[in-house]
Design a protein around this ligand. Structure first.
Ligand SMILES: Nc1nc2c(ncn2[C@@H]2O[C@H](COP(=O)(O)OP(=O)(O)OP(=O)(O)O)[C@@H](O)[C@H]2O)c(=O)[nH]1
Ligand SMILES: [Mg+2]
Ligand SMILES: [Zn+2]
Length: 298
Protein backbone atom coordinates (compact mmCIF):
# COMPACT_ATOMS: atom_id res chain seq x y z
CA UNK A 1 0.00 0.00 0.00
CA UNK A 2 1.06 3.55 -0.65
CA UNK A 3 3.07 5.59 1.80
CA UNK A 4 1.36 8.53 3.43
CA UNK A 5 2.57 11.64 5.18
CA UNK A 6 1.11 12.11 8.65
CA UNK A 7 1.36 14.36 11.68
CA UNK A 8 1.84 12.60 15.01
CA UNK A 9 -0.87 13.99 17.29
CA UNK A 10 -0.46 11.64 20.25
CA UNK A 11 2.24 9.38 21.59
CA UNK A 12 1.68 6.82 24.32
CA UNK A 13 4.44 4.34 24.92
CA UNK A 14 5.15 2.90 21.53
CA UNK A 15 1.69 3.67 20.18
CA UNK A 16 1.26 6.70 18.02
CA UNK A 17 -1.72 8.43 16.47
CA UNK A 18 -1.07 10.03 13.12
CA UNK A 19 -3.36 12.53 11.44
CA UNK A 20 -3.47 12.15 7.67
CA UNK A 21 -6.01 12.54 4.90
CA UNK A 22 -8.63 13.82 7.33
CA UNK A 23 -8.56 10.87 9.70
CA UNK A 24 -6.58 9.35 12.57
CA UNK A 25 -4.33 6.35 12.09
CA UNK A 26 -3.14 4.13 14.90
CA UNK A 27 0.51 3.56 14.14
CA UNK A 28 3.37 1.49 15.44
CA UNK A 29 7.05 1.57 14.64
CA UNK A 30 9.13 -1.24 13.28
CA UNK A 31 10.92 -3.23 15.95
CA UNK A 32 11.55 -1.57 19.28
CA UNK A 33 12.11 1.94 17.96
CA UNK A 34 10.35 4.61 20.01
CA UNK A 35 12.12 7.78 19.00
CA UNK A 36 9.05 9.49 17.62
CA UNK A 37 7.49 12.52 19.26
CA UNK A 38 4.18 14.28 19.15
CA UNK A 39 4.53 16.94 16.47
CA UNK A 40 6.66 14.80 14.21
CA UNK A 41 5.88 14.54 10.54
CA UNK A 42 6.20 10.90 9.55
CA UNK A 43 5.90 8.69 6.52
CA UNK A 44 3.82 5.63 7.21
CA UNK A 45 2.38 2.70 5.35
CA UNK A 46 -1.26 1.79 5.94
CA UNK A 47 -1.84 -1.77 7.08
CA UNK A 48 -5.62 -1.43 7.40
CA UNK A 49 -8.24 1.29 7.05
CA UNK A 50 -7.04 3.05 10.19
CA UNK A 51 -3.73 1.45 11.13
CA UNK A 52 -0.22 1.89 9.89
CA UNK A 53 3.48 1.29 10.34
CA UNK A 54 5.78 4.28 10.57
CA UNK A 55 8.63 4.11 8.07
CA UNK A 56 10.50 7.37 8.62
CA UNK A 57 10.53 10.66 10.49
CA UNK A 58 10.81 13.86 8.45
CA UNK A 59 13.57 16.30 9.44
CA UNK A 60 12.66 18.27 12.58
CA UNK A 61 12.77 22.03 13.02
CA UNK A 62 13.05 21.69 16.81
CA UNK A 63 13.07 18.89 19.35
CA UNK A 64 12.27 19.33 23.02
CA UNK A 65 13.35 16.59 25.37
CA UNK A 66 14.41 15.62 28.86
CA UNK A 67 17.10 13.18 29.79
CA UNK A 68 18.78 11.51 32.72
CA UNK A 69 21.93 9.44 32.86
CA UNK A 70 20.33 6.51 31.13
CA UNK A 71 17.70 7.62 28.68
CA UNK A 72 16.02 10.56 27.07
CA UNK A 73 12.33 11.29 26.86
CA UNK A 74 11.05 13.18 23.84
CA UNK A 75 8.50 15.85 24.71
CA UNK A 76 7.57 17.21 21.30
CA UNK A 77 8.95 17.92 17.85
CA UNK A 78 8.63 21.02 15.70
CA UNK A 79 7.23 23.27 18.41
CA UNK A 80 8.06 26.96 18.09
CA UNK A 81 6.80 28.15 21.46
CA UNK A 82 6.69 26.92 25.04
CA UNK A 83 4.07 27.96 27.56
CA UNK A 84 5.29 27.08 31.04
CA UNK A 85 2.12 26.87 33.08
CA UNK A 86 2.41 27.64 36.78
CA UNK A 87 -0.30 28.30 39.34
CA UNK A 88 -0.91 30.10 42.59
CA UNK A 89 -1.94 26.75 44.05
CA UNK A 90 -0.59 24.09 44.27
CA UNK A 91 2.73 25.89 44.54
CA UNK A 92 5.18 25.51 41.70
CA UNK A 93 8.84 24.54 41.67
CA UNK A 94 11.21 27.27 40.52
CA UNK A 95 13.78 24.62 39.76
CA UNK A 96 11.42 23.03 37.23
CA UNK A 97 10.52 26.39 35.68
CA UNK A 98 14.19 27.28 35.33
CA UNK A 99 15.05 23.92 33.82
CA UNK A 100 12.18 24.24 31.36
CA UNK A 101 13.53 27.62 30.30
CA UNK A 102 17.01 26.21 29.80
CA UNK A 103 15.54 23.40 27.69
CA UNK A 104 13.66 25.93 25.56
CA UNK A 105 16.73 28.10 25.03
CA UNK A 106 18.85 25.10 24.11
CA UNK A 107 16.26 23.92 21.60
CA UNK A 108 15.78 27.38 20.09
CA UNK A 109 12.17 27.65 21.23
CA UNK A 110 10.73 30.87 22.62
CA UNK A 111 9.25 30.60 26.09
CA UNK A 112 6.53 32.35 28.06
CA UNK A 113 5.15 31.80 31.54
CA UNK A 114 1.45 31.50 32.16
CA UNK A 115 0.44 32.14 35.75
CA UNK A 116 -2.93 30.41 36.11
CA UNK A 117 -5.48 30.41 38.96
CA UNK A 118 -5.04 34.07 39.84
CA UNK A 119 -8.54 33.81 41.30
CA UNK A 120 -6.93 32.19 44.37
CA UNK A 121 -6.18 35.35 46.31
CA UNK A 122 -4.28 33.89 49.24
CA UNK A 123 -1.34 32.83 47.07
CA UNK A 124 -1.62 35.49 44.39
CA UNK A 125 0.97 38.00 45.56
CA UNK A 126 3.63 35.46 46.44
CA UNK A 127 3.17 33.74 43.07
CA UNK A 128 3.46 37.11 41.31
CA UNK A 129 6.72 37.81 43.09
CA UNK A 130 8.12 34.46 42.10
CA UNK A 131 7.26 34.81 38.41
CA UNK A 132 8.50 38.41 38.32
CA UNK A 133 12.06 37.11 38.45
CA UNK A 134 11.55 35.37 35.12
CA UNK A 135 9.89 38.42 33.65
CA UNK A 136 13.00 40.40 34.60
CA UNK A 137 15.04 37.92 32.57
CA UNK A 138 12.92 38.72 29.53
CA UNK A 139 10.36 35.92 29.59
CA UNK A 140 6.83 37.31 29.22
CA UNK A 141 4.40 36.41 32.00
CA UNK A 142 0.66 36.19 31.39
CA UNK A 143 -1.80 36.05 34.28
CA UNK A 144 -5.01 34.13 33.75
CA UNK A 145 -7.75 32.23 35.49
CA UNK A 146 -9.03 29.38 33.37
CA UNK A 147 -11.84 28.82 35.82
CA UNK A 148 -12.95 32.28 36.96
CA UNK A 149 -12.39 34.32 33.82
CA UNK A 150 -12.13 32.03 30.80
CA UNK A 151 -12.95 34.85 28.37
CA UNK A 152 -9.98 36.87 29.60
CA UNK A 153 -7.74 33.79 29.41
CA UNK A 154 -8.75 33.25 25.78
CA UNK A 155 -8.31 36.94 24.91
CA UNK A 156 -4.86 36.91 26.50
CA UNK A 157 -3.49 33.67 25.10
CA UNK A 158 -5.31 33.02 21.85
CA UNK A 159 -3.53 35.80 19.86
CA UNK A 160 -0.15 34.45 20.99
CA UNK A 161 -0.86 31.08 19.39
CA UNK A 162 -1.45 32.27 15.84
CA UNK A 163 1.08 30.81 13.41
CA UNK A 164 2.89 28.95 16.19
CA UNK A 165 3.14 25.40 17.36
CA UNK A 166 2.81 25.82 21.12
CA UNK A 167 3.33 23.23 23.83
CA UNK A 168 2.00 23.70 27.36
CA UNK A 169 4.21 22.10 29.98
CA UNK A 170 4.30 22.22 33.76
CA UNK A 171 3.67 20.30 36.92
CA UNK A 172 0.50 18.31 37.44
CA UNK A 173 -2.51 20.34 38.51
CA UNK A 174 -1.36 23.72 37.19
CA UNK A 175 -4.23 23.86 34.69
CA UNK A 176 -2.65 23.00 31.34
CA UNK A 177 -5.58 20.91 30.15
CA UNK A 178 -8.08 23.45 31.46
CA UNK A 179 -6.38 26.09 29.33
CA UNK A 180 -6.15 23.85 26.27
CA UNK A 181 -9.86 23.14 26.58
CA UNK A 182 -10.53 26.87 26.43
CA UNK A 183 -8.12 27.55 23.59
CA UNK A 184 -9.05 24.64 21.36
CA UNK A 185 -12.70 24.22 20.42
CA UNK A 186 -13.84 20.63 20.97
CA UNK A 187 -10.58 19.63 22.68
CA UNK A 188 -12.39 17.69 25.40
CA UNK A 189 -14.22 15.63 22.82
CA UNK A 190 -10.97 14.83 21.05
CA UNK A 191 -9.35 13.83 24.33
CA UNK A 192 -12.14 11.42 25.10
CA UNK A 193 -11.81 9.85 21.68
CA UNK A 194 -8.05 9.47 22.00
CA UNK A 195 -8.32 8.21 25.58
CA UNK A 196 -10.57 5.42 24.42
CA UNK A 197 -8.24 4.48 21.62
CA UNK A 198 -5.07 4.60 23.67
CA UNK A 199 -6.82 2.96 26.60
CA UNK A 200 -6.55 5.58 29.30
CA UNK A 201 -9.33 7.73 30.68
CA UNK A 202 -8.17 9.52 33.79
CA UNK A 203 -8.56 13.18 34.61
CA UNK A 204 -4.85 13.83 34.76
CA UNK A 205 -3.16 13.94 31.37
CA UNK A 206 -1.17 10.80 30.62
CA UNK A 207 0.02 11.46 27.08
CA UNK A 208 1.06 14.35 24.93
CA UNK A 209 -1.66 15.46 22.54
CA UNK A 210 -1.51 17.86 19.62
CA UNK A 211 -4.52 19.85 18.41
CA UNK A 212 -4.45 21.50 15.00
CA UNK A 213 -6.22 24.85 15.05
CA UNK A 214 -5.44 25.73 11.45
CA UNK A 215 -2.72 24.94 8.90
CA UNK A 216 -0.04 26.89 10.75
CA UNK A 217 -1.35 26.84 14.32
CA UNK A 218 -1.32 23.99 16.80
CA UNK A 219 -1.43 23.48 20.55
CA UNK A 220 0.05 20.56 22.48
CA UNK A 221 -1.11 19.47 25.93
CA UNK A 222 1.36 17.37 27.93
CA UNK A 223 1.38 15.36 31.16
CA UNK A 224 2.60 17.02 34.33
CA UNK A 225 6.17 16.24 35.29
CA UNK A 226 8.16 16.16 38.52
CA UNK A 227 11.66 16.12 37.12
CA UNK A 228 13.42 17.80 34.26
CA UNK A 229 16.80 16.25 33.61
CA UNK A 230 19.03 17.97 31.08
CA UNK A 231 21.91 15.54 30.91
CA UNK A 232 22.13 15.94 27.16
CA UNK A 233 23.23 19.57 27.30
CA UNK A 234 26.95 20.16 26.99
CA UNK A 235 28.73 22.87 28.93
CA UNK A 236 28.81 25.09 25.87
CA UNK A 237 25.08 24.69 25.30
CA UNK A 238 24.38 25.35 28.97
CA UNK A 239 26.21 28.63 29.22
CA UNK A 240 24.33 29.90 26.17
CA UNK A 241 20.97 28.80 27.57
CA UNK A 242 21.06 31.54 30.24
CA UNK A 243 20.28 34.76 28.39
CA UNK A 244 21.63 36.98 31.19
CA UNK A 245 25.05 35.31 30.85
CA UNK A 246 25.41 36.38 27.21
CA UNK A 247 26.93 39.82 27.71
CA UNK A 248 29.60 38.36 30.04
CA UNK A 249 30.65 35.34 28.00
CA UNK A 250 33.96 35.89 26.28
CA UNK A 251 35.20 38.28 28.96
CA UNK A 252 36.69 35.62 31.24
CA UNK A 253 40.49 35.54 31.62
CA UNK A 254 40.67 32.00 30.25
CA UNK A 255 39.01 31.40 26.91
CA UNK A 256 37.94 27.92 28.05
CA UNK A 257 36.67 29.11 31.45
CA UNK A 258 34.09 26.77 33.06
CA UNK A 259 32.73 29.57 35.28
CA UNK A 260 33.10 27.40 38.36
CA UNK A 261 35.96 28.92 40.41
CA UNK A 262 38.45 30.23 37.84
CA UNK A 263 40.34 33.44 38.54
CA UNK A 264 39.24 36.32 36.36
CA UNK A 265 35.88 34.70 35.55
CA UNK A 266 33.53 37.39 34.26
CA UNK A 267 30.45 35.39 35.19
CA UNK A 268 31.55 34.94 38.80
CA UNK A 269 32.33 38.63 38.90
CA UNK A 270 28.85 39.46 37.65
CA UNK A 271 27.34 37.17 40.31
CA UNK A 272 29.42 38.92 43.00
CA UNK A 273 28.17 42.28 41.74
CA UNK A 274 24.59 40.95 41.70
CA UNK A 275 24.18 41.53 37.98
CA UNK A 276 23.50 37.81 37.70
CA UNK A 277 21.22 36.11 40.20
CA UNK A 278 23.31 33.70 42.30
CA UNK A 279 20.59 31.04 42.12
CA UNK A 280 20.77 31.07 38.32
CA UNK A 281 24.51 30.56 38.39
CA UNK A 282 23.92 27.80 40.94
CA UNK A 283 21.55 26.12 38.51
CA UNK A 284 24.17 26.38 35.78
CA UNK A 285 26.68 24.64 38.08
CA UNK A 286 24.15 21.96 38.96
CA UNK A 287 23.25 21.27 35.32
CA UNK A 288 26.92 21.23 34.37
CA UNK A 289 27.54 18.74 37.14
CA UNK A 290 24.69 16.55 35.91
CA UNK A 291 25.83 16.61 32.30
CA UNK A 292 29.30 15.51 33.36
CA UNK A 293 27.79 12.40 34.96
CA UNK A 294 26.69 11.14 31.60
CA UNK A 295 28.76 8.18 30.46
CA UNK A 296 30.50 8.89 27.23
CA UNK A 297 30.22 12.65 27.40
CA UNK A 298 33.49 14.49 26.63
N1 LIG B 1 -9.25 27.84 41.16
C1 LIG B 1 -8.87 27.48 39.94
N2 LIG B 1 -8.78 26.18 39.62
C2 LIG B 1 -8.39 25.85 38.37
C3 LIG B 1 -8.08 26.84 37.39
N3 LIG B 1 -7.69 26.21 36.27
C4 LIG B 1 -7.76 24.89 36.52
N4 LIG B 1 -8.18 24.66 37.79
C5 LIG B 1 -8.39 23.35 38.43
O1 LIG B 1 -7.12 22.75 38.67
C6 LIG B 1 -7.20 21.33 38.54
C7 LIG B 1 -6.14 20.82 37.60
O2 LIG B 1 -6.38 21.30 36.31
P1 LIG B 1 -5.86 20.55 35.01
O3 LIG B 1 -6.22 21.42 33.85
O4 LIG B 1 -6.31 19.14 34.97
O5 LIG B 1 -4.28 20.56 35.29
P2 LIG B 1 -3.11 19.96 34.40
O6 LIG B 1 -2.00 20.94 34.44
O7 LIG B 1 -3.63 19.58 33.06
O8 LIG B 1 -2.69 18.65 35.22
P3 LIG B 1 -2.01 17.29 34.67
O9 LIG B 1 -2.77 16.83 33.47
O10 LIG B 1 -2.10 16.32 35.82
O11 LIG B 1 -0.59 17.62 34.34
C8 LIG B 1 -8.62 21.02 38.07
O12 LIG B 1 -9.38 20.61 39.17
C9 LIG B 1 -9.10 22.36 37.54
O13 LIG B 1 -10.49 22.50 37.64
C10 LIG B 1 -8.19 28.22 37.77
O14 LIG B 1 -7.94 29.14 37.01
N5 LIG B 1 -8.59 28.47 39.06
MG1 LIG C 1 -3.63 17.83 32.03
ZN1 LIG D 1 34.16 32.29 33.42
Amino acid sequence: MAERLGLIVAAHGRHYLAQADGQLWQCVTRGKKSDIATGDQVRFRATSLDQGVIEAIQPRATLLYRSDQFKSKLLAANVTQLFIVVATEPGFSEDLVSRSLVAAEAAGIRARLVLNKIDIEAQRESARERVARYEALGYPVHEVSAKDDPAHAVDTLRPLLQGQSTILIGQSGMGKSSLVNLLVPDADIAVREISQRLDTGKHTTTFTRLYSIDDTTSVIDSPGFQEFGLYHLSEGMLERAFPEFASHLGSCRFYNCHHVAEPGCALLQAVAEEQIDASRHQLYLQLRHESLQKPGYR
